[in-house]
Design a protein around this ligand. Structure first.
Ligand SMILES: [Zn+2]
Length: 222
């Protein structure tokens, strides 16, 4: 941390709140929050793993409290398990959490907590984009079809990229564009296209830039 961390963390969480408001007002169909610090490891009362506040959880809670939404899906393709997001919404049936992550790997959680609204899909070190895609197709998409979310939040971490030394998965830009398209397809059918995506991890800056661009291009229909 440094003297600027706290205001940056407030702005990161605030960006997701504003994005939810803009999408709910119909001013934009979707939004990508290009923020740091990330959020998905932060629990209700504990900062963790570079995360100060759980940005995506703050936005999700705001969507339910302020806009009265009853079914919000959070999809998380960061290479790490979003333990904070799960801790916050584990007993809240209004929130479905779909996650893929390398396992066993930091924070060493997520393999045993699956319930009908927590869809954890651990991937082994070395898994490729094809294995990621088949996990999403087999586990996330049927669960999201059942849940019929009114709004979709994305914990968009790009640290599963094969050039990112943080992890040992083999995703590339095309995989991020593909998963974004699958999420959009669900959003269009059930949520009026409403998506708010927030940056999580991604530590090889060139791969991060290219991957985030692929994600945003798909979201914006470019
Ligand atoms: Zn991560």
């Amino acid at each position: 941390m440094n003297p600027f961390t706290y205001p940056a963390a407030l702005r990161a969480a605030g960006a997701v709140v504003i994005a939810v408001d803009l999408v709910m007002a119909g001013l934009v169909e979707n939004a990508f929050c290009n923020i740091r610090p990330p959020g998905h490891h932060a629990e209700r009362g504990r900062a963790m793993g570079f995360c100060i506040f759980n940005n995506i959880a703050v936005g999700t809670a705001h969507a339910m409290a302020q806009h009265g939404l009853k079914r919000v899906a959070i999809v998380d393709f960061d290479v790490h398990h979003g333990n904070g997001t799960e801790e916050i919404f584990a007993t809240d049936q209004r929130v479905m959490l779909c996650s893929t992550f390398q396992h066993p790997f930091y924070p060493y959680s997520g393999s045993e907590s699956a319930s009908d609204h927590i869809i954890n899909v651990p991937l082994k070190a070395g898994a490729s984009g094809m294995e990621f895609r088949s996990a999403v197709t087999k586990h996330w998409l049927p669960a999201l079809e059942r849940f019929k979310p009114e709004f979709i939040m994305i914990s968009a971490g790009f640290d599963a990229h094969r050039e990112d030394d943080m992890s040992s998965l083999g995703l590339v830009e095309a995989d991020y564009a593909w998963v974004t398209e699958q999420i959009q397809d669900i959003a269009v059918r059930y949520a009026g296209g409403r998506i708010v995506s927030a940056l999580e991890g991604g530590y090889e800056l060139h791969a991060l830039g290219r991957s985030a661009t692929a994600h945003v291009k798909q979201l914006s229909g470019l």
